[in-house]
Design a binder for this molecule. Structure first.
Ligand SMILES: [Zn+2]
Length: 242
């Protein structure tokens, strides 16, 4: 059952979902119709948060990220769960006009923080799906932490590093758990970024982030651009002749 649709439109709203991933310019609006969560969904979110709370980074992974040029906004999954509680962030399911958007975040000073999860995740939720949802929540918490609606390539890199750090923890904790997960949400997200971030050559990572987020500014006042973000911006500009 749907409640009154909440429409997030790129040009109309001050409070925007931060994931404007449809197309290289980000000019197309993403509409989100928020669903009233049912019991199964509420329990799925709870399970995802319980998993996230256990996430610790593997030895050296945090340092690896910083050396690469990404600054993870949290030191553990528990820190993010605490942040959700302290800020009374809501987590809801939504239908997105672009089904490729995994999750997005809405912040406005009146309503506070809402994390929206792609409703495609909700049915037949496997254990791997629960973990994937927890990674998406982790990512959006990273965006929410700065309490603004600005976004940048650097902010995305920082938040993507959270997905990767959590994913590597889950891979070690639950060996083989993602092996049979080949759907789009995995091949283009959950399982993709850990490979790209930890590949010896960073070309594929840069190209991917340029493709998805290159239209954003390389850094912002709360997330000063590292060389990695600047490199990505240059790739985007040279590809689009901006
Ligand atoms: Zn993001």
């Amino acid at each position: 059952m749907k409640i009154t649709p909440l429409l997030f439109k790129f040009s109309d709203f001050k409070a925007l979902p931060k994931e404007q991933t449809d197309g290289m310019t980000g000019a197309n609006p993403v509409y989100a119709t928020v669903n009233k969560p049912d019991r199964v969904q509420i329990s799925t979110i709870k399970r995802a948060l319980d998993e996230l709370e256990e996430v610790q980074y593997l030895p050296n992974d945090f340092l690896y990220m910083q050396t690469l040029g990404a600054n993870p906004p949290f030191n553990s999954g528990k820190e993010a769960v605490e942040w959700i509680k302290q800020n009374k962030a809501k987590i809801l399911y939504a239908d997105f006009s672009n089904p490729k958007v995994h999750a997005c975040l809405d912040y406005n000073p009146q309503e506070g923080i809402t994390i929206l999860i792609n409703s495609n995740y909700k049915d037949n939720c496997s254990y791997a799906d629960v973990l994937a949802i927890s990674e998406a929540i982790f990512h959006e918490c990273g965006h929410g932490k700065d309490m603004d609606n600005k976004n940048s390539i650097q902010e995305e890199l920082n938040c993507l590093s959270l997905n990767v750090l959590a994913h590597r923890y889950y891979q070690k904790k639950y060996k083989g758990i993602f092996d049979n997960s080949s759907s789009f949400l995995y091949s283009q997200g959950v399982s993709l970024y850990p490979k790209l971030f930890f590949d010896f050559y960073k070309t594929a990572l840069k190209n991917r982030v340029a493709d998805k987020y290159g239209y954003l500014q390389s850094g912002d006042d709360k997330h000063p651009a590292t060389k990695l973000a600047d490199d990505i911006k240059r790739i985007y500009e040279s590809a689009t002749y901006v």
